[in-house]
Design a protein around this ligand. Structure first.
Ligand SMILES: *Cc1c(COP(=O)(O)O)cnc(C)c1O
Length: 370
């Protein structure tokens, strides 16, 4: 894994992104401004006008995210808010969209429920097959790597090059790694979508999302979508996410390091089957991720004998929160088959948190002994 100095520079800049704009006596942290209306004697002089168009606290989190993404960002009230905005910005009746068959389930529900009825054509391809997929006539190629919950990957640069040669806009859902660990725009993607509900917010207390991109025309469509559809984030949520992102890089460092330790020990445990962690040299996703990401993430997939054994394991672990979602300070786990994911009944997704790793492992070992 190459640790690039320009990444470290960016993580430092992130913590000082307001500095250059501060005047004597200004608060160092962003003010939480929830105003819907702004002093507006004239409409031709710029500034804030009305809360559906722009808000001071969104702009702070967007400026902070822009440092991480290396691109302008537009904030949304959830990851799905960002994903639906990006898709609506890129499709019209007749557009062919190529989507992963194994990515975040709700995206497929959205596409089937709202895009297909408008005449959008949708083809599903497994993430591992994206590299060879037929993109002929595609208007949008959408990828999620590593995929949730299967942790399969595709080579973003290779997919983006082929998709763009076919004339498609490339959208990457970067939720599972965040821009700290992977920067799809640098690999040729046109738009990044992400759920900041996960690791960026990081404390399971806020839903948020964003779209990032360097194509001004596409980003204007995304901005217009937010203003006209009204899918606007709240000021308090933006403020919480800004606070969460301040510690994102340091939390991820702990979470990824702990995930590596836990995965190596799970690999040696006789009860654990079907283990997936891209940081293991034997994992099918290892080589591609070593090339295109800065770390292997904090998600682990594993299988126990069956549904009852998997549930008993979760129940017996003192340090695994039994929740859906991932990326929080606390380790969390759930049996994904309960949502209908195409996985074995005993398949568990673990999201490793920031607990000291030896204490966490002791808790997991307790669960495995139960
Ligand atoms: C959670 C998640 C989303 C949706 O985010 P919400 O904030 O729940 O709307 C989208 N994509 C992936 C990969 C996710 O894990």
């Amino acid at each position: 894994m190459t640790i690039r100095n320009d990444d470290d520079r960016r993580f430092a800049e992130l913590l000082h992104h307001r500095s250059a704009r501060l005047g004597q006596g200004d608060p160092v942290t962003p003010p939480l401004v929830s105003a819907a209306t702004y002093h507006l004697p004239r409409v031709d002089q710029g500034g804030f006008m009305y809360g559906r168009m722009s808000m001071p606290t969104w702009e702070e989190v967007e400026a902070q995210l822009a440092v991480l993404e290396g691109a302008p960002c537009v904030a949304f009230p959830s990851g799905m808010g960002a994903i639906s905005a990006a898709l609506f910005a890129c499709v019209t009746a007749g557009t062919r969209v190529v989507m992963p068959s194994d990515g975040y389930y709700t995206v497929r529900l959205f596409v089937e429920g709202f895009l297909r009825p408008f005449g959008v054509t949708v083809d599903y391809v497994p993430t591992v097959a994206m590299a060879e997929a037929d993109f002929t006539g595609a208007g949008v190629v959408y990828v999620e790597t590593p995929s949730n919950p299967g942790l399969d990957v595709c080579d973003i640069a290779a997919v983006a090059a082929r998709a763009k040669a076919a004339g498609a806009v490339v959208i990457v859902d970067n939720t599972t790694l965040t821009a700290v660990l992977q920067r799809p725009l640098d690999l040729g993607a046109d738009l990044v979508v992400a759920a900041d509900t996960k690791a960026p917010g990081g404390h399971s207390d806020v839903l948020f999302g964003h779209v990032a991109g360097r194509d001004e025309g596409l980003m204007q469509r995304v901005r217009d979508w937010r203003k006209l559809s009204g899918a606007v984030p709240g000021a308090f949520e933006a403020w919480l996410v800004h606070r969460g992102i301040e510690t994102l890089e340091v939390r991820l460092a702990r979470m990824c390091a702990s995930a590596q330790v836990v995965a190596e020990r799970l690999a040696a445990h006789p009860r654990v089957r079907g283990l997936r962690y891209p940081g293991l040299a034997t994992d099918p996703s290892h080589a591609v991720m070593a090339r295109q990401a800065r770390g292997f993430g904090f998600l682990i997939g594993m299988e126990l004998e069956g549904e009852a054994e998997a549930e008993r394991f979760l129940e017996a672990c003192p340090f695994i929160a039994r929740t859906t979602s991932f990326g929080s300070t606390h380790t969390a786990g759930e049996r994904r088959a309960r949502w209908g994911d195409a996985v074995a009944p005993g398949f568990l997704r673990l999201s490793i948190g920031v607990e000291p790793v030896e204490a966490l492992w002791a808790g997991i070992a307790e669960g495995l002994a139960a």
